[in-house]
Design a protein. Structure first.
Length: 369
């Protein structure tokens, strides 16, 4: 089968809180058959890391990346690129194009005027627009602008909370399909918001061996989650149910979806989480074929790279996974690898497991945070 694509990841950049080295990210992706990723917060570090992979200095996936996270004032996250005027918006998009990023990343606090300037400039320069739904623009405004991708199914549930009229779900699904907007679901991201007793269970998963102790400790002691009340957790679970119902509606209505994980957020281990998300899609009503399609051919179609990867055909990039069992019978069989071929280089499963074991061993002397 074709190699997998995780369409929402965050490599580490200088000054960020991430404690996974980018080379470790790369190992975890490849060892899980993930041969392509879409990085959703760009930085010169990421461009340099991409060049290292392309030059053969690092074994890693093909990277597509946005420019810097672009937000209004005050920004949601530190280190964001703050854009407050139409002129700044034009300059920001022009800079992303010049620096070699693949898209512009929009975020929550952008004003409607600045958002429209970003979209307009991006269209002129041939850059897609990926990201969140700015609060003052709203889901209807984002769909009217034909934003290329929406992350985390953002904006929809808030609108449905305000307008629960019959037919509103169908209206939003139809508008999404008509806009040609893809949704990167990241259902596994929401599953990381759990109380302490569940957190301990998640931290016992076998894949946690391949995450540095300080990262695991940070996940365990997340103060933001620890402060949530039982009532608030209950509301999160209710939103999980509503989100899953809306994802089913998107899928049944013919809207396009992508598989992404938002790694390395809470309990989301790079590479391993892709297999969890495949199962999430099946649980949402996708057939195994449809779930796999979202992480292979669909991802290539979204990026307009169908002539390069995403399917198995003569002349395409040789990013492949050889399996011991049929994944169309059980999507879990995607994880039963005999090996991975990365750009024509064969990596047998024994070698991949060796990479993982060396990674785990390298953490043995490291303290928790």
């Amino acid at each position: 089968m074709p190699g997998l694509a995780d369409m929402h990841v965050h490599f580490n950049i200088r000054g960020s809180a991430g404690l996974l080295k980018n080379e470790e990210f790369a190992t975890l992706f490849i060892a899980n058959g993930v041969t392509t990723v879409r990085n959703m917060w760009g930085h010169p570090d990421i461009l340099a890391f991409r060049r290292s992979i392309e030059q053969g200095n690092v074994i890693g996936p093909q990277i597509y990346t946005t420019g810097p996270l672009t937000d209004g004032n005050p920004p949601v996250r530190p280190l964001s690129r703050v854009v407050e005027t139409v002129s700044q918006a034009t300059d920001a998009v022009t800079s992303d194009k010049r620096e070699g990023y693949d898209a512009v990343k929009v975020y929550n606090k952008l004003s409607p005027e600045v958002y429209q300037a970003i979209v307009s400039t991006a269209r002129t320069l041939g850059l897609p627009v990926w990201g969140h739904v700015p609060e003052r623009v709203g889901i209807e405004g984002v769909l009217a602008a034909r934003q290329d991708s929406i992350e985390h199914v953002a904006g929809y549930l808030e609108t449905l909370d305000r307008d629960g009229s019959p037919g509103k779900v169908s209206e939003l699904v139809s508008a999404t399909r008509s806009a040609g907007t893809w949704n990167c679901l990241t259902l596994v991201f929401y599953q990381g918001a759990v109380p302490a007793d569940v957190a301990s269970r998640l931290l016992s998963k076998p894949s946690m061996r391949f995450v540095p102790p300080a990262v695991r400790d940070g996940w365990k002691n997340n103060r933001q989650l620890a402060s949530l009340t039982a009532y608030q957790f209950g509301r999160l679970r209710l939103y999980d149910q509503k989100r899953m119902e809306f994802v089913r509606a998107l899928h049944q209505g013919g809207a396009k979806v992508l598989l992404g994980t938002d790694t390395p957020n809470q309990f989301i281990v790079p590479g391993f989480a892709v297999h969890e998300e495949l199962r999430n899609l099946v649980n949402a009503g996708f057939t195994p074929y449809e779930a796999i399609d979202a992480a292979t051919r669909g991802a290539a179609q979204f990026l307009k790279r169908e002539d390069q990867w995403g399917t198995i055909a003569v002349g395409l990039r040789a990013d492949l996974i050889l399996l011991h069992a049929n994944p169309l019978e059980d999507v879990g069989n995607v994880n039963r690898r005999a090996g991975v071929m990365l750009r024509g280089r064969w990596l047998p499963e024994e070698e991949l497991q060796g990479l993982l074991e060396r990674l785990a061993a390298s953490y043995a002397h490291l303290p928790a945070k």
